[in-house]
Design a protein around this ligand. Sequence first.
Ligand SMILES: C[S@@+](CC[C@H](N)C(=O)[O-])C[C@H]1O[C@@H](n2cnc3c(N)ncnc32)[C@H](O)[C@@H]1O
Length: 350
Amino acid sequence: MSLKNDVQKYYGETLKTNSDLKTDACCTEETLTPHLKQALAVLSDEVHQKYYGCGLVLPEELEGAKVLDLGSGAGRDVFALSYLVGAKGHVTGVDMTKEQIEVARRNIDYHAKKFGYNNVSFIDGDIEKLDLLQLEKNSFDIIVSNCVINLVEDKAKVLKDAYDLLKPGGEIYFSDVYTDRRLAKEHQVDPVIRGECLGGALYWNDFHRFAKSAGFSDPRIVTSRELRIEDDQIKTKLHPARFYSVTYRLFKIPELEDACEDFGQAVRYKGTLKTSPSGFVLDDHHFFEPGKWESVCGNSYLMLKATRFAEHFDFIGDFSTHYGIFKGCGLNVPYQATSGEQNNNGGACC
Ligand SMILES: C[S@@+](CC[C@H](N)C(=O)[O-])C[C@H]1O[C@@H](n2cnc3c(N)ncnc32)[C@H](O)[C@@H]1O
């Protein structure tokens, strides 16, 4: 049987609900804002029970957005996003497992009645062949995915195709499982270890390489946590590898550089995002308080200025003068200083 058939069998037949899982991957521990709590509280019991994700893929500023969910499963995130994008937005889910798509489709009416509109569609399809699904290039504001890309063989192609589908300034905002090393082949193909989203987990540095070669020059971590493997046999087999559930955001902004460069720019959050009046989290090392000017590197500047977040910020500066690497982010000058101040060759943060 192929790896794909193994995955379909696991999600279509073996797992009945998320209590059958052997890790705590889907116990998303992130703190929910009241707005997100509400978006999840209105969903049907069935889509909650068949939720197999590993993180929260509900970013800010979604109203009216066109969203694509890669490996949408029984549709929990699609329906939550349907609520958040509102009647003027649209959410498309793609999944290759018949039983999962059936659950999602039979829950469309329930949610349409609750919300007063239907703005979702589900496609039976393979996300490794996104280019063949007749989705329009440059048409999505946001692509989400929750614990899926680890399951596919050609991860680099999924990222490249997703890049093509995003509008300029759009982003992939997705949660997945990563490891601290490349895993042995026997573990990569083990149907249970793979089905549990561990066998296909990427070594984090390989993921960064794939993302960059797909055009996402500066992958940003939003949240990360180590996973607990609850099944002793699996734990012993995989020891000492460690696994992490990580939510990344990857912006499609061709001007992004592969390092944080300093152009003397600054931004100020206006506090106008309806869901985040007291501060905006761009990633795990950028929190913007309303009214406070913050120095940012050229990449962070663009992530705010060239995206749907622009109207919520004031901006100072341009790219006309370069002041070197952004201090505290990335490496400092990597050469020996001859005199005076030592080059502080600190660790990377972006
Ligand atoms: C761990 S579940 C997550 C489902 C959903 N995102 C959620 O959070 O509940 C993985 C899903 O990815 C789907 N999947 C895996 N590989 C796929 C592929 N190549 N194309 C489409 N769907 C895929 C499976 O069918 C399954 O529904």
